[in-house]
Design a protein around this ligand. Structure first.
Ligand code: GTP
Length: 617
């Protein structure tokens, strides 16, 4: 603990002029959590003994992957020039999937520490987060981290940062979250530079929800930033988007363990517990007001986050379906942006079509389902929502390719677009442009940042990004490129559905919506894959790819009579019976597509692309 830390955990001050609300924004892995931990140690809110790495990241998956999914807020007392301040640090998620949550966390602050790895320099998310912070009028404190690294080049990157935000290189602070160098000065800088919150203490209460977390024992814990007025324990509060009224069972601050207080006033950051059991009743971005004396104007910026990536989740063992349903119901309590509805597939049986904020969100949810609920799952290829208009002027949204209309005349199809920003060393510009072009991107602009780093901006269909864009980008640039993107409306495109047919029957899990120019390649890929995976049957099985009634690719599996009894010449009837029993067992794991028997493993391998991976080895 530093001598500057205070020993008392009682809120240092509730006078708004002594409050500083800030967050740390950084690209993934630039050391935000490490720095946050170090601040907790230096301000004395967490003793060295209790300090475990990444105190703020509570979920196991977060800790293992080293990423922050859920933001948390913590109050730290800090003394400067004889005055005591309450520093509220709001931890923001760093990944693109959670941009909305980031923007709400930023809206709860007056300032932001812009943290950049002194060995890496500015990356795509540094910029994306900086732009979000500037949109919210935050005061920016530029900081270089990891100056203890031998590869650190603080002089170079201080210049880069200064030219980006318009300041002097010598004003860029240099710290190491790991060793603690410079962190005390940084805390002082937070007090000096970040403006105190302002609000109307006499007005009806308005608090903005910037996070809401499900806790098994306490129900939903809602993190808020008070804008106007005051909230006190036991009073009745109203959520302005839904008008739902709840009683405030507890109100307090995290330092960093929840500590009840007598209320929260202007500029304060803390938590509320109302006994609700589902985070959907306490939505990020919503305004909390006093039910008896409600405010008439909700705070700006609230939206319902829309799922942008869809995938079918199926239990590999069909009998796990009820467990999957229960697991999703449970996860929903803590994840307001997870959507799902039951669906059935010829190939995969019973499952759920789930909507996610993005690919990382999908990965996290599948991993939690497998890990926390012991499920083995197969996920269908991710797809995005398409808006379809038919010639008779009907509109609908297609989130499952197999539901894409055929037969009816389609007037237009539009797909979600994103503005993508890619940052990379300049040597990779050609490679990156080639890749973006091949993914139907159109160049928006290009800018040099410093001597060797370039920001390339493209408009691209989200559908191309969710496929394997990020993996390809990483492998083509030896890991040097970083990517960020934001939704930017919709655009009409010449999209078609490619079906994959086994003996004339469409296998729903393999239908895909692709651009007409890519339909043939997709058809060829899938028919070849399946040919390798599906065992011979007693008759010839054609595998075809089709757009509507038009076949665009074809393979076939030649017939073979599989006579399991052939080996059993002689009359041993028990042995014959055993073999027949065994065959029956095997059949249970088979899925029937028309008359064709397909082992489920074949579907799984075809969906995950395991065939090519094996071929490459
Ligand atoms: N040498 C050195 N390593 C550091 C420092 N700060 C963080 N690291 C290391 O950098 C890696 C990433 O640090 P984190 O604190 O997890 O990064 P983060 O920005 O919180 O990552 P996300 O939560 O994924 O955004 C870890 O391996 C840390 O040990 C530092 O000051 N010096």
């Amino acid at each position: 603990m530093s001598p500057r830390a205070l020993t008392s955990l009682e809120p240092a001050s509730t006078d708004p002029s002594r409050i500083r609300n800030f967050c740390i924004i950084a690209h993934i892995d630039h050391g935000k959590s490490t720095l946050a931990d170090r601040m907790l140690g230096i301000t004395g809110v967490v003793s060295d003994r209790d300090m475990r790495a990444q105190y703020l990241d509570r979920m196991d998956i977060e800790r293992e992957r080293g990423i922050t999914i859920k933001s948390q807020a913590v109050r730290m007392p800090w003394a400067l020039d004889g005055d005591t301040y309450a520093l509220n640090m709001i931890d923001t998620p760093g990944h693109v999937d959670f941009t909305y949550e980031v923007s709400r966390s930023l809206a709860a602050c007056e300032g932001a520490i812009l943290l950049v790895d002194a060995a890496q320099g500015i990356e795509a998310q540094t910029l994306a987060n900086l732009y979000l912070a500037l949109e919210n009028d935050l005061t920016i404190i530029p900081v270089l981290n990891k100056i203890d690294l031998p590869a650190a080049d603080p002089d170079k990157y201080a210049k880069e940062l200064a030219s980006l935000i318009g300041g002097r290189p010598e004003d860029v602070l240099r710290v190491s979250g790991k060793t603690g160098v410079g962190v005390t000065e940084l805390l002082d800088r937070v007090v000096e530079l970040i403006p105190a919150p302002r609000g109307d203490a006499g007005a009806p209460a308005r608090a903005m929800i910037f996070d809401s977390v499900y806790d098994t024992y306490r129900g939903v814990i809602t993190y808020v930033r008070m804008i106007d007025g005051k909230l006190s324990p036991r009073e009745r509060v109203q959520m302005m988007s839904t008008k739902a009224v709840h009683e405030l069972l507890e109100i307090g601050v995290s330092s960093p363990e929840p500590t009840p207080t007598k209320g929260l006033g202007v500029g304060e950051v803390g938590y509320l517990i109302t006994g609700v059991k589902d985070v959907r009743q306490s939505k990020v971005g919503d305004t909390v007001t006093n039910a008896a004396k409600p405010s008439t104007q909700a705070l700006p910026g609230y939206t319902d986050p829309k799922p942008m990536v869809f995938s079918g989740l199926y239990p590999i063992d069909g009998s796990d379906y009820p467990i999957l349903r229960e697991a999703l119901d449970k996860l929903k309590l803590s994840d307001a942006s997870l959507n799902y509805e039951p669906e059935t597939s010829v190939a995969l049986g019973f499952g759920f079509r789930c909507g996610f904020l993005g690919l990382l969100h999908l990965e996290i949810v599948t991993e939690r389902l497998e890990r926390e609920f012991g499920l083995d799952l197969i996920a269908t290829a991710p797809s995005v929502p398409y808006e379809v208009t038919t010639e008779d002027k009907k509109h609908f949204t297609v989130t499952n390719p197999s539901e894409f209309p055929t037969g009816t005349k389609i007037a237009s199809v539009s797909e979600p677009m994103v503005k993508a920003a890619i940052l990379a060393p300049k040597d990779y510009v050609g490679t990156i442009m080639e890749l973006c072009q091949s993914k139907r991107g159109s160049l928006l602009g290009m800018e040099y940042l410093g001597e060797d780093r370039v920001e390339i901006r493209y408009s691209m269909p989200l559908g191309e990004i969710v496929f394997d864009f990020f993996d390809q980008l990483k492998s083509k640039t030896a890991g040097y490129a970083s990517l960020d993107y934001e939704p930017s409306g919709e655009q009409d495109a010449d999209l078609v559905k490619v079906d994959i047919l086994l003996q004339g029957e469409a296998v729903d899990a393999f239908s895909a919506i692709v651009h007409r120019d890519k339909a043939y390649a997709y058809g060829l890929l899938m028919t070849e894959r399946l040919k390798k995976l599906i065992p011979r049957q007693q008759f010839e099985v054609p595998i075809q790819a089709a757009i509507g009634a038009r076949i665009i690719a074809r393979e076939s599996i030649s017939a073979m009579r599989k006579d399991v009894l052939a080996k059993c010449y002689g009359g041993d009837i028990t042995r014959k019976r055993k073999l027949l029993e065994k065959q029956k067992e095997g059949k249970k794991r088979m899925k029937m597509v028309g008359r064709v028997e397909v082992p489920q493993e074949a579907f799984i391998a075809a969906l995950s692309g395991d065939v090519e991976k094996k071929d490459k080895k």
